[in-house]
Each structure stands twice: as C-alpha cells, then as structure tokens.
Ligand binder design. Structure first.
Ligand code: IDP
Ligand code: MG
Length: 152
C-alpha cells in the first residue's frame, strides 16, 4: 500500500444545477476512492474568499466569488492512495476545452468559469481546504469491504 491521503473535492453550483453530482460521485467511487465526509451547503462570501485566497486580485476573482456563492455546493473529502493527484487527473484541466475526454471536465463542461468541480491541487491545499470546510469529527473512519481488492 502507498501513502493513504485525503483530498477535498467539491461539486460547484453549476454541477448541482446541472444534476451532475451523482455522476461525479459515481466516478470517484468506481475508481476505488472512499468518501469520508460530505455536506451540501451555501458557501459564505468569507469562506469563498478564504478558499480562493490564491486568486485574489486576478481578473476573474470577483466573478469567481459570485459564482461559487450563487447556489449550493456539495463539499466532500475522499480518501485513498495518491488520491490528491489522481483526483486532479480524473477532474481534468481547468479549461474544459483542453481537458481530456474521459475526465470530468472533458466530458461534462465547456467553459473555464463553469467547470463544475474543484479538487485540491497539492498536499498543502488538501489539508487547508479540508480544514476550511470540515471539522475533524465530521470525517468518518471506516473500512470498505473491497479494500483488499484495490491495494496489495
Ligand atoms: P483549478 O480549479 O483547475 O485548480 P485554478 O487555476 O485554481 O483552477 O482556478 C480556480 C477556478 O477559478 C477555476 O476552476 C475556474 O472556475 C476559475 N478560473 C480560473 N481561471 C479562470 C479564467 O481565466 N476565467 C474565469 N474563471 C477562471
Ligand atoms: Mg486550483
């Protein structure tokens, strides 16, 4: 077994409105990752600006905050070996026009400003973002019966 990690994954307001949450969760489950936390919520302006702090001052920043607070999202934590990098691979490039077919954005989105999901881009971001959205006691610790069929 490699390094067991956690990542933060969120279905953005456009993904919810387009009824794609189930499709996105299904892809993560089928890949073999384990969901350990999930909640539907409206993101406050304060949380949005903390979450997207790295983009402060960029031309799309204000629009991004308006978009991410415009409707409910589904915030999740997923666990698995190398889940941070592998989830980014499953999500695909930021611009859905450049995202490979087979990826979430490549298959389901057409525009950078409406790219339906967020996923942590590094260990540091994963820890920061899971901490912004969840308390440690919100995270479920359990075994999946098929774990032995996913890892050596
Ligand atoms: P990521 O979501 O693939 O990590 P980032 O560069 O971290 O991409 O950007 C965060 C989010 O900001 C993107 O998912 C997208 O929704 C939005 N965004 C990034 N660049 C642009 C842009 O050039 N125009 C509009 N929105 C953008
Ligand atoms: Mg990012």
């Amino acid at each position: 077994m490699g390094t067991r990690e956690r990542t933060f994954l969120m279905v953005k307001p456009d993904g919810i409105q387009r009824s794609l949450a189930g499709n996105i969760i299904d892809r993560m489950e089928k890949k073999g990752f384990k969901m350990v936390a999930l909640k539907m919520m409206h993101i406050s302006h304060d949380l949005a600006s903390l979450h997207y702090k790295e983009h402060e001052g960029k031309p799309f920043y204000q629009g991004l905050l308006e978009f991410i607070t415009s409707g409910p999202v589904i915030a999740m934590i997923w666990e698995g070996d190398n889940v941070i990098e592998m989830t980014r691979t499953l999500v695909g490039a930021t611009d859905p026009g450049k995202a490979a077919p087979g990826t979430i954005r490549g298959d389901l989105a057409v525009f950078t400003g409406k790219n339906i999901v967020h996923a942590s881009d590094s260990h540091e971001s994963a820890i920061r973002e899971t901490g912004l959205f969840f308390k440690e006691e919100d995270i479920c610790s359990y075994q999946l019966t098929h774990e032995g069929w996913l890892y050596d």
